[in-house]
Design a protein around this ligand. Structure first.
Ligand SMILES: [Zn+2]
Length: 205
């Protein structure tokens, strides 16, 4: 995946934020992982942080973008310290040092059933492949959630559907990569290297 924290909170990013929640504005929040915090477990991490050090939970959306391809908002939670500073205590698997965050206190996490809200996604170019890519992401989310909720799908059917969707997604990802990333562009993974010296060396990654 080539999504990163948006470089700027202007233009397409701000427009998208207004569509997601027009009552607040996006801001950058530093990532300072707490010692016991786990990746992808922001709601649990922040709850533990509040129990230990006070402060508050702040729900909202973490923004990710693949410039010119799409932007998405991921249901997320950050810690508001007793001094009022916002801190993301959840480590990032891609090593991001700051996130772009849109507060939205009303989007609650279902702690009892461990259910997040699915990402909100928006294409940034007119391209049927981008639309299909985003639809596949939504289908994968539903399938994984349904599977973990045990709604009658057998493990075999689930695994087959999952692998079909994933291989189609890999195929489209390859097409989008060839269409939107030139060899001499900076690699969208954020390494600071040219694409052809970084992920462009690997096939479709
Ligand atoms: Zn790279």
């Amino acid at each position: 995946m080539f999504t990163r924290t948006p470089n700027k909170l202007t233009g397409a990013t701000r427009l998208f934020c207004r569509e997601v929640n027009s009552d607040t504005s996006p801001c950058y929040v530093p990532v300072l992982p707490d010692i016991h915090a786990k990746p992808r477990a922001c709601f649990i991490n922040v709850r533990a942080k509040v129990a230990q050090d006070g402060g508050k939970e702040l729900n909202g959306w973490q923004l990710w973008t693949w410039p010119k391809v799409f932007i998405e908002a991921e249901h997320h939670c950050v810690w508001k310290s007793p001094e009022g500073n916002l801190i993301d205590v959840t480590p990032k698997e891609n090593g991001e040092k700051r996130i772009a965050f849109l507060p939205d206190p009303a989007v609650m996490y279902d702690h009892e059933n461990h259910r997040r809200i699915d990402n909100i996604r928006k294409a940034l170019s007119i391209d049927p492949d981008i639309d299909e890519y985003l639809n596949l992401a939504a289908s994968l989310y539903r399938l994984i959630e349904d599977g973990s909720m045990g709604t009658g799908l057998t493990a075999k059917v689930l695994a087959r559907d999952l692998s079909n969707l994933q291989s189609r997604r890999t195929q489209i990802h390859g097409r989008l990569t060839r269409r939107y990333i030139k060899p001499k562009d900076f690699c969208p993974c954020g390494s600071g290297k040219k694409y052809f010296r970084c992920h462009g060396k690997l096939k479709d990654k």
